[in-house]
Design a protein around this ligand. Structure first.
Ligand SMILES: Cc1cc2nc3c(=O)[nH]c(=O)nc-3n(C[C@H](O)[C@H](O)[C@H](O)COP(=O)(O)OP(=O)(O)OC[C@H]3O[C@@H](n4cnc5c(N)ncnc54)[C@H](O)[C@@H]3O)c2cc1C
Length: 527
């Protein structure tokens, strides 16, 4: 970008947007850390303006009578939930990582897990917003739009991909503070897990499931709402979000790469087993008394259970978040799919069938997070993931250090992606996933036209749009970067679905082939 501005007041946001519009420059909001994996946060051109929300992080008002909070868009989730808790209030659902910002998490449709009440997506709790959008010269090139709970434009602004303007403030409907009572049940043997997963979706308010398909293990989360007087001061210090010494992160990667170069699945599985066993030995970081893991149930206040973090706040030298590229550690691909709940059982069975074709091929998933299954209810937000009741599936697998060397079993992961998105019609999480799964994504949303109508009124010239957002919304169908791009090796990194061998790596015996159990899939397979 050509310049960066750091507004700390709404007036400064107005001035920055007006200046960009007057100067005919693209503009995009960037957050303190920028957690999205997709190109959603990239500005339209390299000569545009970045508006950082780093200094726009305050609570505007907490109204204990109506149980609402109004906060500036750049506030971090951790600060938000801590502040409202001092007034006896809680946000019922949240993403599991507390380093995201309020406006950033809303813009990507971020979620926790629940089919109860309004469901697991945070945007369901938005009852008002102030959005700074471009305007005509007569209006001073920028204006503030105030959206109330009945305003249809709020359904566009709640999950906006950042293309409507700058989200200045957000008002959320909260609930009185409550506690959670949770137990993780680790089951060695995954037979019948489909039925228990569906039961949890329907009967456990904050339930989720981790399935480690190669290890044949399932972790069921029985997580219920409890009264504030229930005994317990438990906390969620999820181990994956704590600061980790660089040497540990790097040596895990070295072990993974050793297994990869030996093309040895068993070694990957052994590594996955070691890591998962270590996490389970400390209850994944849950602590009954805030100090050490001493079994379940863990009962604690909503703010200390609903989301975790730590590594982003650490200033310990040589310690990093495990995904921080500066640590020389994990490099991975992540898929996050909103799968119609009605298709969950069939998809899980397909995973078993796929794994059976190449035993041990899914160890890579288990090395990361296994398959995390959460739940989100049908939404009115035009671009929300919950186009109907969905299971939100997250799976992560390892990525190479260069884009032209085939990875072990990469065809299996490509088939898994295409199964969930193509065969079973899942919607991609806007902040995760590889480029090609966004092909035609906008058209899969029943209310896309309504979203575009709001966009055309808020930012008709697309100052906040990029080639990526235009392409996924179907505005620019010329194949802009950010969606599928067809070129040699493109399918190796998920830039395209292969159509010919050259999209894979034929000189390394890796060819474009049909899927093993889903013949319509097109995957790069080493033979
Ligand atoms: C460790 C980790 C755990 C995660 N866990 C979850 C999870 O449990 N559930 C889940 O759903 N997601 C999860 N995510 C993904 C994450 O929720 C999204 O990528 C995230 O919501 C992005 O938030 P951010 O604040 O970093 O925004 P960014 O990624 O920086 O921005 C996202 C988009 O929002 C726009 N934007 C930001 N602020 C504004 C504003 N004020 N006005 C207008 N547009 C704005 C940006 O321009 C961009 O388009 C996780 C990510 C990580 C790294």
């Amino acid at each position: 970008a050509e310049s960066v501005v750091y507004p700390s007041t709404e007036q400064e946001i107005l001035s920055a947007v007006a200046a960009a519009v007057r100067g005919n420059q693209k503009i995009k909001v960037s957050t303190r850390y920028g957690h999205s994996i997709t190109k959603i946060a990239c500005p339209g051109t390299s000569s545009g303006v970045i508006l950082s929300s780093k200094n726009y992080t305050s609570i505007v008002n907490i109204d204990t009578e109506s149980g609402t909070v109004t906060a500036q868009g750049g506030i971090q989730l951790r600060t938000l939930v801590d502040q409202i808790s001092t007034r006896g209030l809680a946000l019922p659902v949240a993403p599991y990582w507390d380093g995201v910002t309020l406006a950033g998490l809303l813009s990507t449709g971020a979620h926790g897990s629940s089919l109860f009440g309004k469901g697991g997506a945070v945007h369901e709790y938005v009852i008002g917003m102030r959005v700074v959008t471009p305007a005509s010269p007569a209006e001073g090139y920028a204006t503030v739009r105030v959206l109330g709970s009945q305003d249809p434009d709020l359904n566009a602004a709640k999950v906006s991909l950042g293309v409507l303007g700058v989200i200045s403030t957000v008002t959320l409907q909260l609930q009185p503070m409550f506690k959670r009572n949770l137990t993780l049940r680790i089951v060695k043997g995954d037979v019948g897990s489909e039925d228990e997963t569906l039961r949890i979706a329907k009967e456990v308010e904050f339930g989720d499931v981790i399935w480690y398909p190669s290890l044949g293990q399932v972790v069921y989360r029985y997580d219920y709402r409890a009264s504030l007087v229930a005994p317990g001061e438990g906390i969620n210090n999820f181990i994956g979000f704590q600061p980790i010494p660089q040497a540990v992160i790097a040596s895990t990667r070295v072990a993974e790469e050793a297994a990869e170069s030996a093309r040895n699945r068993q070694l990957k599985c052994d590594l996955a087993f070691t890591l998962v066993t270590a996490e389970q030995a400390i209850g994944y970081g849950y602590k009954k008394n805030g100090l050490i893991f001493s079994g379940f149930p863990v009962i604690g206040r909503q703010i200390l259970i609903q989301a975790a973090g730590g590594c982003q706040r650490s200033d310990l030298p040589g310690f990093y978040c495990p995904w921080d590229l500066r640590s020389g550690g994990s490099v991975f691909f992540e898929s996050s799919a909103a799968l119609p709940l009605r298709n969950l059982k069939s998809f899980l069975r397909d995973i078993r069938d796929l794994q059976a074709t190449v035993p041990l091929s899914l160890c890579d998933l288990d090395l990361y997070t296994g398959i995390l299954i959460r739940f989100v209810r049908k939404t009115d937000a035009y671009l929300g993931s919950g186009q109907e009741d969905v299971a939100m599936l997250d799976f992560t697998w390892s990525r190479g250090n260069d884009a032209t060397t085939p990875r072990l079993d990469m065809d299996i992961f490509q088939e898994l992606e295409q199964l969930v998105f193509d065969k079973y019609g899942a919607w991609p999480h806007w902040g995760k996933n590889r480029n090609y799964v966004f092909e035609g994504a906008g058209e899969e949303y029943a209310n896309l036209t309504k979203f575009l109508d709001t966009k055309n009124r808020f930012d008709p010239q697309g100052f906040f749009s990029s080639e990526w957002s235009d392409t996924v919304l179907g505005i620019n169908k010329t194949g802009a970067p950010g969606e599928a791009t067809y070129a040699p090796f493109c399918a190796m990194e998920g830039l395209c679905r292969c159509q010919t061998d050259e999209h894979c790596a034929p000189e390394k015996n890796t060819f474009c082939r049909p899927g093993r159990i889903y013949p319509a899939a097109r995957v790069c397979r080493t033979e």
